[in-house]
Design a protein around this ligand. Structure first.
Ligand SMILES: *[C@@H]1O[C@H](CO)[C@@H](O)[C@H](O)[C@H]1NC(C)=O
Ligand SMILES: *[C@@H]1O[C@H](CO)[C@@H](O)[C@H](O)[C@H]1NC(C)=O
Ligand SMILES: *[C@@H]1O[C@H](CO)[C@@H](O)[C@H](O)[C@H]1NC(C)=O
Length: 479
């Protein structure tokens, strides 16, 4: 019965008034639709994770030809098994990001990813996101950036034992036979166990080339950062974790003949290298990484570290004849040593260098001091004993006693054609290693930046470094 009345309505629809309304509503609808469209696609919505994941998956796809659908509705990352780098700190920060955003992610098929994700996968994701957020561009995202990210992973380890653990895991995941060697402390009060990392290919326990550097750094800890000047900054980027990272990458190109040894204690007591002598190696070529500005050292100066101790008798400074000053003879001795002209010289190594590093003594300006001492260090170009004798002879003249803390001879190094050469005035672990036939010293960045708050390495140099090490090892293996 109602139907006929409904049928009557079409006459109403046809009225111009109704049509105008219809068009208005239609325009409004289009307007709302385009606004929605605008917000959906162009406005920066608070979904950085989703966005960066999409960009990252595209990047993964581009780099490693993985299977990614980065469409509007589906985002899948399926290449997590090709994990490139791992990092505990990154893992933590990543976990934080994800725990805040499980909901938006779950909309995009990340549920399985979140529920069952290996630590390595987290690390990989975060490694990528770090590259994005810190550099703000994807220029770093090419294959050779592996050495950059690896360096950063190592530099961002605040303790040496964390760095050791990281290197061990990284190598184990790449088919290396890795062993850790405990390095006993000299005074028994070390807070953490110090470890050397030694790695060879399975079945190749005594490789003829060993890449060697150190994982310990000088304090304080400075996390890594990329400067706008194209340098990577941070503690150890140059001395020597950036070199360790380069050696790690370079070693992957060899299935035999090359080993890796990363020691500890280089910056203090050389205990790591001394302990490494017990590994039973008989290495033809030891390739040591220290900052050398892309040059190869032909020789390395030796060192002689001594303490000068002057004893006096204290008294009131108004009556100096009642006592005997400890500082005066020490000052005289030091100036004599500084002005001495006949220290050994060497045509290749140059001159002996003396530094008066520490002076101490006395208690007040009105007291004749009964005790004074100085710590001095020579960079020697001869046997250290020659200089030691010069010092003790002059010290005796002033009744000053001497004590030798450490000394080692200069070392002649093996070097290859095609590299610029130089003489290393600084000390390395090389004099403490007894298991090699020939040692080479090569690395990037400047020793003058090492140990400073502005420690840095040029990203260009860092990227080229693995290739240089590969070239060196290939040349040595072929020789
Ligand atoms: C997670 O994945 C691993 C292997 O990929 C599997 O052995 C394990 O059972 C999974 N765990 C869960 C909770 O699904
Ligand atoms: C693995 O390394 C250890 C320690 O260096 C060595 O004793 C062992 O022979 C190596 N194993 C293989 C299969 O190379
Ligand atoms: C090292 O190995 C990679 C992958 O196998 C290769 O692409 C690269 O050319 C090699 N580098 C050198 C210097 O041989």
């Amino acid at each position: 019965m109602k139907a006929p009345s409904v049928q009557a309505s079409p006459s109403k629809v046809a009225t111009p008034n109704f049509r105008a309304k219809y068009i208005k509503a239609y325009i409004l609808f289009l307007l709302i639709l385009s606004l929605l469209f605008y917000f959906e696609y162009f406005h920066e919505r608070p979904q950085p994770i989703r966005k960066s994941l999409c960009r990252i998956s595209e990047e993964v796809n581009r780099l490693y030809s993985c299977n990614v659908d980065c469409g509007n509705k589906r985002q899948q990352l399926t290449m997590w098994d090709k994990v490139q780098a791992g990092e505990h700190n990154y893992f933590q920060s990543l976990r934080r990001i994800f725990s805040n955003s499980i909901k938006p992610l779950s909309d995009f098929q990340f549920k399985p990813f979140i529920r069952n994700v290996s630590i390595a996968e987290w690390k990989f994701f975060d490694w990528f996101s770090q590259l994005y957020t810190r550099s703000g561009k994807s220029a770093l995202l090419n294959r050779d950036s592996q050495v950059v990210s690896l360096t950063r992973s190592l530099v961002d380890k605040s303790s040496c034992s964390e760095a050791v653990g990281f290197v061990r895991d990284w190598l184990k995941a790449r088919d290396w036979n890795v062993s850790l060697q405990l390095v006993p402390s000299r005074n028994g009060d070390d807070k953490e166990n110090r470890m050397n990392v030694f790695a060879t290919r399975f079945g190749d326990p005594n490789p003829s080339v060993v890449f060697c550097s150190h994982l310990d750094t000088v304090p304080p800890f400075i996390p890594s950062s990329i400067g706008e000047d194209g340098f990577l900054y941070g503690r150890g980027v140059c001395d020597a974790r950036g070199l360790v990272a380069s050696m790690l990458v370079a070693a992957q190109n060899f299935s035999k003949g090359v080993g890796l040894l990363f020691v500890t204690g280089e910056e203090t007591d050389h205990a790591g290298m001394i302990e490494a002598n017990k590994l039973g190696l008989d290495t033809k070529y030891l390739v040591v990484g220290e900052p050398t500005e892309n040059k190869m050292a032909v020789a390395q100066a030796g060192v002689l570290k001594m303490k000068l101790i002057s004893q006096g008798v204290s008294c009131h400074s108004a009556y100096p004849e009642r006592g005997k000053s400890a500082t005066v003879p020490l000052i005289k001795l030091l100036s004599e040593l500084l002005e001495f002209k006949d220290y050994p010289k060497d045509p290749e190594l140059g001159e002996t260098i003396l530094n008066v590093g520490v002076i101490g003594g006395g208690i007040a300006s009105n007291v004749v001091p009964d005790e004074a001492s100085a710590d001095i260090m020579f960079r020697v170009v001869s046997e250290p004993e020659v200089v030691e004798r010069i010092v003790t002879k002059r010290a005796k003249h002033y009744s000053i006693t001497t004590k030798t803390y450490s000394k080692n001879c200069p070392v002649r190094l093996y070097h290859l054609e095609g590299f610029p050469t130089f003489v290393a005035k600084y000390n390395t672990d090389i004099p403490y290693a007894k298991f090699y036939h020939k040692a080479l010293l090569f690395g990037a960045c400047s020793i003058l930046d090492a140990h400073t708050s502005q420690e840095r390495i040029s990203l260009d140099d860092l990227r080229k470094l693995p290739e240089n090490y590969i070239h060196i090892a290939k040349t040595l293996l072929d020789s």
